[in-house]
Design a protein around this ligand. Structure first.
Ligand code: NDP
Length: 249
């Protein structure tokens, strides 16, 4: 349980990458300012987080299951937090999707929106009433540079982040009246499993009805150059975790 004076921080998508690192960075804060509720949709994936968090687990770090695509899971998760009191919500869970739109089914596109856009909306709707009652709170959203700028072959991912940016920009104005802050973090490439997962999907991709020029451009030009950009410019999850800590301080 949080000590008085500690801020309760709930983070989504802590099984890997940026979410895991934010959870560890805040839970091991030298001044013990944060009580971290790290959530993940499958608690069987907790070992990497617990190993990185060391003895913070059970003290400044606890775990809860949460699938941001499920209304019920979101409700249950927030209800199981003491007094539903969350000072800082960090919406980090997300997924990518890469490829020519002709190769991507509408179902896959909806899954990306359900995670990256509605996942954030569900979380904000659930925590907002209690934050409003307390007239305090901070909501942080992990967007992307692709929430600001379209990038070829990332059409659906970009659209999901643009949608989220629009929603949050509009919400921020109403929330400010209740002393609730809303911040967006917009990283460029970050070395996590995100890219690996997308590349695994690309490896299975089929191209029915896609013209030969587009396939060639995607496979021979876009993919190799995007891997080069990741290699050359990729930040670490630690970089983004430090930035997030600055944002909430
Ligand atoms: P990872 O793939 O390493 O982590 C994504 C996390 O989101 C995982 O914990 C994953 O859980 C979780 N997640 C996915 N779907 C759900 C769901 N329905 N409910 C709960 N959790 C879910 O990628 P990153 O750490 O890189 O990504 C984190 C965020 O950063 C994302 O929002 C991404 O869009 C954003 N971002 C990433 C960049 C990058 O280059 N890596 C650049 C800019 C932004 P599970 O293990 O169960 O799949």
């Amino acid at each position: 349980m949080a000590n008085s004076g500690q801020k309760v921080v709930l983070i989504t998508g802590c099984s890997s990458g940026i979410g895991l690192r934010i959870a560890v960075t805040l839970a091991t804060d030298e001044k013990k300012r944060y009580h971290v509720i790290a959530t993940m949709r499958d608690l069987k994936k907790k070992d990497k987080l617990l190993e990185a968090a060391g003895d913070a687990y059970g003290k400044t770090l606890m775990l809860l299951p949460l699938d941001v695509c499920s209304d019920e899971s979101v409700r249950q998760c927030i209800n199981s937090v003491k007094d539903r009191h969350i000072d800082i919500l960090i919406n980090n869970a997300g997924m990518g999707l890469l490829g020519p739109v002709e190769s991507i089914s509408i179902e896959e596109m909806k899954r990306v929106f359900d995670t990256n856009f509605f996942g954030v909306v569900r979380m904000i709707k659930e925590v907002m009433p209690d934050m409003k009652k307390r007239r305090s709170g901070h909501i942080v959203v992990m967007s992307s540079v692709m929430g600001l700028q379209g990038v070829v072959f990332n059409d659906v991912y970009t659209a999901s982040k643009f949608a989220m940016e629009g929603f949050c920009e509009s919400m921020a104005v109403q929330l400010l009246k209740f002393n609730i802050r809303l911040s967006m973090i917009e990283p460029g490439p970050v070395h996590t499993e995100f890219e690996t997962k997308m590349m695994e999907e690309v490896a299975k991709m089929e191209y029915p009805g896609v013209d030969a020029d587009t396939i060639r451009y995607f496979k021979d030009v876009y993919l190799p150059s995007s891997i080069d950009i990741f290699e050359a410019m990729g930040q670490t999850p630690e970089d983004i975790a430090k930035c997030t800590k600055k944002v909430i301080e």
